[in-house]
Design a protein around this ligand. Structure first.
Ligand SMILES: Nc1ncnc2c1ncn2[C@@H]1O[C@H](COP(=O)(O)OP(=O)(O)OP(=O)(O)O)[C@@H](O)[C@H]1O
Length: 618
């Protein structure tokens, strides 16, 4: 059995040799001027009404940057930094790390101590050897080594094998060690050098394979490196340098938590904004300063409309679950945020899109936001990891509950139904979720539920209760399908199968994460016929046993599961859509083949919701 990346740290014994010479060419950005402000007169910079002179102490090598112009130019100066604080950075004196790093930690106000997100309070081994020592402890990444990797685009930077050969900065490296990340995962090996090279990126890698760090590390490192000595705020408007968008509130919170760990004591400030939670609290948090803003689109639009956030200084834009962000549910909001605000244009900002699935027409849409980008696919686009043992059972609608009960009883008898083994049950509707939860509870299986009709407080409570094992069964709609990284989810049950095979991939991806194995069971019946073929193909590709009855259905069924979203000639045929020379908006990728609009009609569009299904997306 494979070893988990993180869990095997303690037990690992040996690891392949690590070079600590920094062989990867280091980007040369000595003094950073935000690209969209280059060659502009100073007056183009945000022009504060009623500038406030901030007592901002800083050291380091900021001379010549736009920031220093504002701070030291003697002219009008926007209010910079957090009120009442000397926001200074110690650019010098970073032992061990290469020059040019902007150690911002010196600027943390002593009154506002940064909470230690690791809860270790102790020292971290900050010697250069620490990675090497850990790397010799035998983390088993072998299972991932044979994953096919495809990159396309011009001048693709080479991948790295270790964290030490990437110049992320010592403070970030310390946090990586604290996270017990010993070695970069395959997507990190490829994506981090690409992003550090300043390139736009469309990256597709399997669920649970470490995509969050793959976009967070370069952003944090870039902000540290770029010598932003002061944080801009004009009146009550804040100017983040990086924006990370995700489709759900819970996922945004999770990314925020992760990013806070990665940026601990670097001076890079991360804040989160999402719907359903009191906006005033989020505004107060923003006012304390923000370099990286993690947000759901709806709440961000609200903040932009209130002029509490400006995207004028955005240097990095990352879309997590990018295909979901660009499908019918979100695309208008994303276009509004990216194209109709003061955000710097593509080619000026750096844009990174990540997901485990990337249907080709979404790739095409996404290319509107990217400039000369690199396409990276680790594993086949849209494939599931073979760490997940997949099982499909034919269950009539009326038998589903009793079948579920049988499964749960069997789990209990096998000792799986314990605190450390959580079960996630996906259903199609919010009503269905509530009713199943109630039924489970009265039948002696403590369950809770998460869906779009619950208040945010209820949703957060449910998630906490599930994570802690207090309520080991979570009944969820698709709101929990993407991105959530919940340790100890041992079993994902598709009580109702989704209509789209990509949704299935994300749902089952809540287990079998970070090198761990997991189990996924699906209840299939006549109402899922359109999924038969893509499901059988997906399972086959992941070396799973496909039941003969499913193969029979698959051979009879028309290709469903939104095959129209993929390339012709097979589910996994399409990778980088740019390689398909004849790709055109007018081709029959939308199923109907005659879509009047460039983007097809809603009903044919992958992310649309099936009739009668209420969306739980934020
Ligand atoms: N280099 C690493 N070493 C060990 N563990 C890692 C490493 N990188 C990430 N992880 C862990 O792997 C888990 C999955 O990572 P993450 O949530 O980023 O996956 P993902 O690819 O974004 O998944 P999804 O597609 O479901 O959103 C997390 O618990 C994370 O802490």
């Amino acid at each position: 059995m494979r070893t988990s990346w993180a869990d095997s740290v303690a037990n690992s014994a040996s690891e392949i040799g690590v070079s600590d010479n920094n062989s990867f060419p280091r980007p040369t950005r000595s003094t950073y001027v935000p690209p969209h402000l280059r060659n502009r007169p100073a007056s183009v910079a945000p022009n504060p009404s009623g500038p406030v002179t901030e007592k901002a102490s800083f050291s380091g090598t900021a001379g010549g940057s736009q920031w220093s112009r504002w701070s030291g130019g003697g002219g009008t100066k926007p209010e910079i930094g957090r009120p009442g604080q000397g926001y200074g950075y110690a650019g010098a004196g970073q032992g061990g790390s290469g020059g040019g790093w902007n150690n911002r930690s010196g600027g943390w106000n002593r009154r506002e101590r940064e909470v230690n997100p690791f809860g270790d309070e102790g020292e971290v081994d900050d010697t250069e050897q620490a990675f090497s020592e850990q790397e010799h402890t035998g983390i088993n990444f072998d299972a991932y080594e044979d994953i096919p990797v495809e990159t396309s685009g011009e001048n693709v930077p080479p991948p790295v094998n270790t964290f030490v050969e990437i110049d992320l900065g010592e403070l970030l490296n310390q946090n990586i060690r604290r996270c017990k990340y010993v070695k970069p995962t395959p997507v990190q090996r490829h994506a981090i050098p690409i992003a550090l090279g300043g390139r736009d990126l469309m990256a597709c890698a399997q669920t649970g394979s470490g995509k969050t760090a793959a976009f967070c590390f370069p952003i944090i490192s870039g902000i540290m490196r770029e010598q932003y000595v002061q944080r801009l705020r004009v009146a009550r408007t804040v100017y983040p340098l990086a924006l990370i968008l995700s489709p759900t509130r819970e996922l945004s919170c999770q990314i925020h938590e992760e990013a806070k760990k990665f940026s601990y004591q670097t001076g890079v400030k991360v804040a989160v904004a999402y719907g359903g939670a009191p906006i005033n609290q989020q505004l107060r948090e923003l006012e304390r300063g923000v370099d990286i803003l993690v947000a759901t689109p709806g709440r961000l639009v609200d903040l932009l409309e209130r002029a509490r956030v400006s995207l004028q200084m955005i240097r990095y834009l990352a879309l997590d679950e990018a295909d979901r962000m660009l499908d019918m549910g979100f695309e208008p909001q994303i276009r509004k945020i990216v194209e109709q605000t003061d955000m710097p244009n593509r080619g000026v900002r750096q844009t990174m899109l990540f997901s485990a699935t990337f249907p080709r027409e979404i790739q095409r849409l996404a290319s509107d936001f990217l400039s000369n980008y690199i396409f990276l696919a680790v594993g086949r686009v849209g494939s599931s990891t073979d760490l997940i043992f997949q099982r499909v059972e034919f269950v009539h609608e009326s038998d589903k509950r009793s079948h579920l009960m049988d499964l749960l009883h069997a789990q209990k008898e096998n000792g799986v139904h314990v605190k450390q083994a959580l079960t996630l049950v996906f259903v199609e509707t919010k009503k269905g979720a509530d009713s199943l939860e109630h039924w489970l509870c009265i039948n002696g299986f403590p369950a809770t539920t998460i869906h779009g009709d619950r208040t945010q407080q209820e949703r957060e409570l449910a998630l906490r209760s599930f994570k802690s094992g207090k309520t080991p069964i979570l009944v969820a709609t698709d709101v929990a399908a993407r991105g959530l990284d919940i340790p100890h989810v041992a079993h994902v049950i598709n009580f109702d199968l989704p209509n789209d095979i990509d949704d299935y991939v994300h749902r089952i991806g809540r287990t079998g994460r970070a090198g761990k194995t997991g189990l996924a069971t699906a209840f299939f019946n006549e109402s899922n016929l359109s999924l038969a073929r893509p499901l059988a193909e997906l399972m086959q590709e992941a070396n799973q046993d496909v039941p003969p009855w499913l193969t029979r259905y698959a051979s009879r069924a028309p290709y469903g599961g939104n095959k129209n979203r993929r390339s012709g000639g097979g589910r996994f045929g399409g990778r980088d859509f740019r390689r398909e020379g004849s790709f055109s908006r007018n081709l029959d990728y939308y199923g109907g083949g005659n879509s009047g609009s460039a983007y097809g009609v809603a009903g044919n569009y992958g992310g649309g919701y099936a009739p009668g299904v209420t969306s739980a997306w934020d």
